[in-house]
Design a protein around this ligand. Structure first.
Ligand code: HEM
Length: 462
């Protein structure tokens, strides 16, 4: 490829090596910094593997809109290990089906879930999450927040699925965090090199058998009508099953999907929110000032503890700075930093011909810090960039954290409800949050498919 020198080749080779083992993000960032003008880089020409790397969000939108891509074929290696032929997050080309038929089946599955993920349910979700969060946030002193955010995220997804009273501890322990990490990790490995295709580690197979042997009878009790749940997604799924629209396996697979897609992602985002609050005391201070002012205006001397969830939601609407802080965390630390696609036909993206069947790497993280769209301070943490004046010139689609097209995150509204409530409870129940942990090993940021801080990280709540 013209313009690619030896050091570039070395870098891509190293990225490839590292992606198959540990953490390719730093390398991807160096890659982009070195060639800021290249939006599509052919790894095929460099490494002899059928893969390209796209780092421009507009080209990614074009790619998804072309309707010529499905999820990376190799994803199914990991997915099928869980027996999930109908898994919502799969969306790869299904055996015996054309690309178009597979896309259609995927969209049908999405439709079955989408109505229940609508923001109109926000207050109900917040009701369910509040006690789980307050259990960890209320009270002064030093707290191990790495454990807390794990419990909050798993409890939140659990309550979304099973309703307020029915948190399922077994499901949470079984599915977190190994499921998401293993699936994403093996997907990345598998997508990049043929030698990994079809190769699933024994430990993973054992683990997936445990997951399936718990979930098949557990969800089966609901689909067979032996157990009832009043609210939550499972109720909706069971109704769809009773109406003959979906199979038992479909219901089971969506339950597993929701844990896989929605727990680790929000857990690590909460970790990054705490990290950012403590890393930028001036931003925390300003946020707390605005919070106090608007709180006084709305509720005067009323105790924060006495606010209903409806009132908290009113408060959040009156303090858009809460949303800006959450968005900036999501931009700078997108916990799903990379995804992979396969094109079903030859396509041309950004002037590069991509032969059918290539692995197309889409580094969400890089798009979120692309100076072309986010300015020269793109790497800095600055929630004000989401204020109406600062964002007026920018296309809202440039924030790629929840992706685009037919795989765009279904849990976005739920994630915002969760993350905004989390921040509001921190602001309302404490007057300051400072990081106690200084150990660099614990504070190490890395990705194994999910972007995260190693932990454990302790914070002082005052
Ligand atoms: C900060 C939190 C979250 C982030 C950063 C995030 C990010 C993403 C991304 C990037 C995708 C597209 C992945 C791909 O195509 O490879 C996705 C898909 C998805 N997400 Fe999320 N997500 C989050 C939270 C959630 C939550 C809370 C739920 C469920 C309640 C959820 C459910 C899903 C589902 C079901 C899909 C698959 C959609 C499809 O393939 O049609 N996510 N998410």
């Amino acid at each position: 490829m013209p313009g690619l020198d030896d050091s570039m080749t070395t870098m891509v080779r190293t990225m490839y090596e590292v992606l198959t083992k540990d953490n390719g993000l730093d390398l991807m960032m160096r890659l982009q910094a070195k060639y800021p003008d290249k939006d599509v880089i052919s790894l095929g020409k460099l490494l002899g593997i059928p893969a390209v790397f796209i780092s421009d969000y507009q080209l990614t939108i074009e790619l998804e809109n072309s309707k010529k891509v499905v999820r990376s074929d190799q994803a199914k290696v990991a997915m099928e290990a869980l027996g999930q032929k109908t898994l919502l997050v799969s969306g790869y080309q299904m055996p015996g089906k054309t690309g178009e038929e597979s896309r259609h089946a995927h969209l049908e599955s999405r439709d079955n879930v989408q109505s229940e993920m609508h923001p109109k349910h926000r207050v109900r979700w917040m009701e369910q999450m509040r006690p789980i969060m307050e259990n960890h946030i209320k009270g002064k002193g030093e707290k191990n927040m790495s454990n807390a955010t794990r419990d909050i995220a798993s409890g939140s997804i659990s309550s979304l699925l099973f309703g307020k009273e029915d948190r399922n501890k077994v499901a949470e322990t079984l599915l977190l965090p190994v499921f998401a990490q293993t699936v994403r990790g093996s997907r990345t490995r598998a997508a990049i090199d043929k030698k990994y295709w079809g190769e699933i580690p024994d430990g993973y197979m054992r683990y997936s058998r445990r997951v399936m042997s718990y979930f098949t009878p557990f969800v089966g009790e609901y689909t067979d009508g032996k157990k009832e749940t009043e609210e939550g997604l499972l109720r909706h799924f069971v109704d769809l099953h009773k109406a003959g629209k979906v199979s038992k396996e479909w219901v089971r697979d969506q339950v597993i999907t929701m844990y896989g897609a929605g727990a680790d992602t929000t857990k690590h985002t909460m970790d990054f929110m705490l990290f950012s609050l403590s890393e930028h005391p001036e931003i925390q201070h300003k946020l707390r000032q605005v919070f106090q002012e608007r709180y006084q205006e709305l509720f005067g001397d009323k105790q924060f503890d006495d606010l209903s969830v409806v009132e908290m939601n009113e408060l959040i609407k009156k303090i858009p700075e809460i949303n800006y802080f959450v968005k900036e965390t999501l931009r700078r630390y997108p916990t799903a930093p990379l995804t992979v696609r396969k094109n079903l036909e030859d396509i041309n993206i950004g002037g590069e011909n991509i032969p059918a069947g290539a692995s197309i790497f889409v580094p969400i993280l890089l798009m979120n810090v692309d100076q072309k769209y986010w300015g020269s301070d793109a790497m800095e943490f600055n929630p004000d960039r989401f204020s109406p004046t600062a964002s007026a010139e920018r296309d809202s689609k440039a924030l790629m954290t929840f992706y685009t097209g037919i795989h765009r995150c279904l849990g976005e509204s739920f994630a915002y409800a969760e993350l905004e409530l989390f921040l509001t409870l921190i602001l309302g129940h404490s007057s300051g949050v400072e990081r106690v942990t200084t150990d660099e090993k614990a504070l190490k940021q890395f990705t194994n498919g999910t972007m995260q801080i190693k932990g454990p990280v302790e914070y002082q709540f005052s």
